[in-house]
Unconditional design. Sequence first.
Length: 320
Amino acid sequence: MSKCNDDFFDAKKDWSRVKDALLGSYLPVYFAKVIHTKKPIVYIDCFAGAGKFARGDEDGSPLIALKERRTAIAKSTYSNPKIDMYFIEPVYADVLQKLVSGDVIVRSITIPEGKALAEIKQILMSSPYLTGDIKGQYKEGEILPETYHFTRGEGRDAILEKARQAMEKELLKAYNGRVDNLPLKSADEMLILASIVEKETGLSEERAKVASVFINRLRLGMKLQTDPTVIYAVTKGEMNLNRPIYKRDLAYDSPYNTYVYEGLPPAPICSPGKAALQAVAHPDNTPYLYFVADGQTGGHRFAKTLNEHNANVAHYRGTR
């Protein structure tokens, strides 16, 4: 809405007056993208590279924008709209330049590490600033956890596609930079193992050590026996068990259950972050084959033998 000396005017009828106001004859002038029901009125619908006065301005009279005070450029570009709420400020050259450049409010949404695809979709669907249903076909684990920036009205599929491409880039980077002789046949297998590491520990200093346990087990042909794969199997990817793991769950027949089947699951169980990918690409060199929560710090106790592991389990139970 444009205001000059408490007087409203119509953009179509008084275009010369609008130009004069924008060129500095009337100050201060305040405007933003506001839909106002009272007439006469001016409201601005801004587009990439330029803008126009809408509502009663059918001929698309261009917004006059100032590069410098009293120096005007007039453009009309009506493709690629960048429509959002603009900050309401006095019209000086820098404010007008914001409108001409399509400098809208940038919002953000964060996809945390370790979320399953179903959980990620819920996060995006809960945002009131994104639009559209999620129609794209996405696979578990291929969405990179990160903070993504967008403008109001951007589609949810657009965010997921950005995240998918970002994961593709980070996974390739990690796989190409991996240490030699890892028991992983492909980048897909690295992604699967990274998703397990992501779910097993939230401590950055532990990730490479946890990765080393699984790498050692794969080399020896031992079952991975990792609880997050059981939860993924039992919940069918929802990851919200909402109860302790029962003994019967360990025998649940699913290719994702690493207590039942040797080797890696057929696909990731969540979306791992960059740090988990790098932990698998560069695991610590350790003799460990077991770990269990320490019950105190949020970290784990590691063991080389089953006897040591059983002692650590007894310690964990004693702390509960």
